[in-house]
Design a protein around this ligand. Structure first.
Ligand SMILES: *Cc1c(COP(=O)(O)O)cnc(C)c1O
Length: 219
């Protein structure tokens, strides 16, 4: 089956890229990005040992993954898309890692939801490393102050995430994000997608978010 083949090849490439890196960070966790894909594909990947899944929308993730959790399947769910403040509580209830914290209002809403639910997903700050107007994330110049603000309100930030602009060399973006994480003493780096994850691993990515290389092209 193609999906299993893809998954197996992707794991192999990750292992090779990690071996070839200076291995300063832990081996990267492969997040299988299942957005727009059917539950049958998720189950097929799960049966092949995949445990980390990524979705970019709260509602779609609830619909697909809540029934699986109710059935007793164990997995870690990652939110990799922009989060609206009014969905913060739903996100805290469902996700294990939220990669897209990018503004104070959202940080406050997450903090409140976490206190109320006594549930503490890992949180990463998304940085718009390419300064792209249409893209979510804090601007590079604001990233340090924002992470510190989050810490001040009692929100533990574990790491940083970025999506480099398309059609440019992603490596300077990965390098910059890695050095910022190092300065801020943050251990997690979420960077690298289907086309560039081996490069991201060279810069110590700890999470790679891979969709089409596993599940095939999206509509
Ligand atoms: C869709 C998506 C991915 C996966 O993209 P592929 O190119 O299909 O691997 C990774 N990260 C984010 C934030 C995404 O929205």
């Amino acid at each position: 089956m193609t999906l299993i083949n893809n998954l197996s090849i992707t794991r192999e490439y990750i292992a090779q890229a990690y071996q070839a890196s200076n291995q300063k960070a832990r081996k990267p966790t492969l997040i299988a990005v299942s957005k727009t894909k059917p539950v049958a594909d998720i189950i097929a990947a799960w049966n092949y040992g995949q445990r980390d899944f990524g979705e970019n929308k709260v509602q779609e993730a609830q619909k697909k993954f809540l029934p699986l959790r109710d059935q007793g399947l164990e997995f870690k769910l990652h939110l990799i898309g922009p989060l609206q403040t009014n969905k913060a509580a739903d996100a805290v209830a469902l996700f294990d890692v939220i990669h897209t914290v990018d503004r104070l209002k959202l940080a406050l809403a997450l903090h409140q939801a976490m206190q109320k639910q006594q549930r503490y997903p890992d949180l990463l700050v998304q940085v718009n490393t390419g300064n792209e107007p249409q893209k979510a994330g804090v601007l590079p110049n604001d990233a340090t102050a924002f992470v510190q603000e989050c810490l001040q309100i009692g929100l533990p930030i574990k790491g940083l995430m970025c999506i480099p602009p398309i059609n440019v060399d992603p490596e300077p973006h990965f390098a910059w994000l890695a050095s910022l994480a190092c300065q801020l003493r943050l251990s997690e780096l979420s960077m690298g997608m289907s086309k560039d994850y081996t490069q991201a691993i060279r810069y110590n990515a700890t999470y790679v978010r891979i969709g089409s290389a596993i599940f095939g092209d999206r509509e």
